[in-house]
Write a protein that binds this ligand. Structure first.
Ligand code: ATP
Ligand code: MG
Length: 239
């Protein structure tokens, strides 16, 4: 199976070279766990490899995303200028449509239609899609509707040959009983917890599922540095 780099070299090594090409991978995690930065690594690496990328942002403005990227030394602006990268402003659209639907006495259905419509409009030559954060689309839907929407989105994006990173916050993921993990080809979880031996809080990465890929079930410890996410060498490698 062809692989596409995650943008984090130590993670590529754990995934037999990277994400399975043309498939959708779910990335979940607690607030501040590093989900957005994780997505930015994927976008930046794909851009430098010449891929056409689309970032669908639901919670942060594109300006904030560019600022976060710049802090990590990732300069996305030239790629926006030459249209190799597009950042879709679902955040603003969502805010406006929520206001409008509240004024008109509707629910939030407009949001869901919006994401599906966005995905239908993804140009066929798009190689990489990052959706950050799918969670907002889970809040006002039933679990079955959410699963149907996810299946439709993953099918549509797969038919366009896109490799997709679907980011979803832990709260929405739990609210939908983790159903998104079944719709996607792989699942990666980011979390923070206290190291029981040192009492120090650390960042952990878990890969519970990646179809067609030999996986180690060992958790990886990672840091977020001025250069972004760095996985620490696993203890078994040090021995
Ligand atoms: N240059 C840096 N050096 C060290 N840590 C950083 C740096 N830049 C960001 N961080 C850390 O990364 C964390 C945020 O990462 P990120 O925005 O990817 O999290 P997230 O999982 O997307 O959060 P949210 O749930 O709010 O969307 C910050 O809380 C901060 O601790
Ligand atoms: Mg985020």
């Amino acid at each position: 199976m062809e692989r596409i780099s995650t943008g984090i070299s130590e993670l590529d090594a754990k995934l037999s070279g990277g994400y399975p090409k043309g498939r959708a991978i779910l990335l979940t995690g607690t607030p501040g766990a590093g989900k957005t930065i994780f997505g930015l690594h994927f976008i930046q690496r794909s851009l430098t490899d010449g891929s056409k990328c689309l970032h669908i942002a639901t919670e942060e403005s594109p300006e904030d995303i560019l600022v976060q990227a710049e802090i990590l030394g990732l300069n996305l602006v030239p790629y926006l200028d030459c249209e190799q990268l597009r950042i879709e402003r679902v955040f603003e659209v969502r805010t406006e449509s929520s206001e409008m639907s509240t004024q008109l006495g509707f629910g939030f259905e407009t949001t869901e239609i919006n994401l599906l419509e966005q995905v239908k409009l993804v140009p066929d030559d798009t190689d990489v899609v990052v959706i950050d954060n799918m969670g907002v689309f889970a809040l006002n839907t039933g679990v079955k509707e959410f699963r149907d929407m996810l299946d439709t989105i993953t099918r549509l994006l797969a038919s366009k040959g896109c490799t997709t990173l679907m980011i979803m916050d832990e709260t929405a993921h739990n609210l939908t009983h983790g159903i998104a993990e079944y719709s996607t080809y792989g699942s990666i979880k980011l979390m923070m917890k206290e190291n029981p031996y040192t009492g120090v809080r650390e960042r952990y990465l878990d890969i519970p599922k990646m179809r067609s890929t030999e996986l180690s079930l060992e958790l990886s410890v990672f840091d977020i540095t001025s250069e972004g996410i760095k996985l620490r060498e696993s203890r078994s490698n040090n021995e």
